[in-house]
Design a protein around this ligand. Sequence first.
Ligand code: SAM
Length: 225
Amino acid sequence: MSTLYVVATPIGNLEDITLRALRILKAVDVIFCEDTRVTSKLLAKYETEKPLVRCDEKAEGKATQRALELLEEGKDIALVSDAGTPGISDPGARLVRAVRAAGHGVVAVPGPSALSAALSIAGLTENEFVFLGFLPHKKGRQTAIKSIAAEERAVILYESPHRIEKLMSELAAVLPERETMLFRELTKMFEEVLVGTPQELWARLETDGSARGEFVVLITPSQEA
Ligand code: SAM
């Protein structure tokens, strides 16, 4: 049976890739990826050359057709994203669904994710958490912020550097005292974890000059704050 392998790749440090991921990436016929430049860099580090097909949000429909053709021809393919685990706030879901519906194999090759990396060093004593990915930018954002304020479990979000200060100001308005953690640039040179109230973190980001890097945001549960 032809197989689609969904392969997790590093979230910063290129050494964070599993032996199995490398073996699969070397073995498949074609790799579907978000940005061919990012994936080429990873493949070059591990001396691998493969045909790449772009599969970002815009190209997912076309890429899905191509993937189905290749699988019909008996080829094996892999799906990677720019960083971390495909399918977690990344494109790929439609491709995965279509491949499974067509009767081909879909196999996970697990590895890094910013979500699990942040959780692993958060020190949460409760097992439950709510992962919201990226909040909507406009419509529905205020509703999402209110639902975070009402949530008793830990809430984990992804946020871009452009909106991190705005997010801290929005959280400061609804959860002024709640301990919040920012995991910045995990596995990279300027990795750091900032802990404080949303107001404190907002001030800290402002004095830092600009909020650079990638962030995972964790709002601790009400009973741990
Ligand atoms: N699929 C990826 C995963 O498994 O983590 C997430 C992709 S999503 C498009 C990108 C977001 O993940 C970033 O905006 C940031 O919130 C988070 N992220 C990715 N890499 C990170 C890192 N090294 N440190 C902190 N956050 C990161």
